[in-house]
Ligand binder design. Sequence first.
Ligand code: PGA
Length: 255
Amino acid sequence: MNKQQRRAVIAGNWKMNLLPNEATAFVETLKPLVAGCGCDVVLCAPFVDLQAAIAAAAGSKVKIGAQNCHWAASGAFTGEVAAPMLRAIGAEYVITGHSERRALFGDTDETVAKRTRAGLDAGLTVILCVGEYLEQRQQNITVEVIRMQTKIALTGVSREELARVIIAYEPVWAIGTGLTATAAQANEVNKAIRDLLAELYDQATADSVTIQYGGSMNAANAAELLAQPDVDGGLIGGASLKTADFAAIIKAASI
Ligand code: PGA
C-alpha cells in the first residue's frame, strides 16, 4: 500500500486554548471550508470544550478528540478524565504521549502505553505522539529514541487495534518554536517508524498506518512536508487556532 491509499489525517491540537463558545464558532466557520476535502479532519479540544465542539461538528467532516485520557476506566483519580467518558459524549479521538504531557506533567513511556491502551479499549482512535529532544538529535540517537517510545507505547496493541492508532512524529525542538523539521528529516523518522511497525507487525500492516508529522507545521510549509512519501498528515498546534490557516493545511493534504 502506498501513500495514496493511506488515510491522510490533519488533526488540530488546540492545547489549553478557546472557550466553549469559541470552540463552537471555530467549528461552524471551519465546516464549509473543509466540506469537500480529501483528508480526515480532527480537532482535539480541551475537555470542557468537547461537548460544544461535538455538537457543532455533528454530521460534518470534522471529528472531535481529546488531548489526554487516564488509564483507568473509573476510580479515585481526582482531576482526571477517563477514556470511556470521552467516548460517551461522542469524542472519537484522543492524543496520548504529547511532549507537553511528557515534559510538564510527568508522563512516561509506560503511562503513555497505559493511556493508549485505555483509549483503544474505549473505542477511540489514538493519536500517539513520539519525538526527540534537540540534544538527542544532536547525539544522533533520534531513531533509537523514537523506536523505543513507539515500541513501548504499542506494547500489547494487536494488529486489529493498530487500525485505530495514528502515530504523530513531533520533534520536541520543533513544537511551538517556529522551527520545523525539514521535509527530509520528517520523512526519515516517519519511515523509521514504519520500518519498526513492519518488524512488530508486518509490512502490509505498517503500510496501512497513518503517520503524521507535527511541529510548527503551517499553511506555508505544509505542502512540502505532506508531499513526503511517509508523511500522511499533520498534528497542528498554533496554526490550528486560525480557521484560514488550518483550512489551508487541510487543502494541502487533500491534493
Ligand atoms: P505547533 O504544535 O504546531 O504549535 O508546533 C504542534 C503540537 O504540539 O502538536
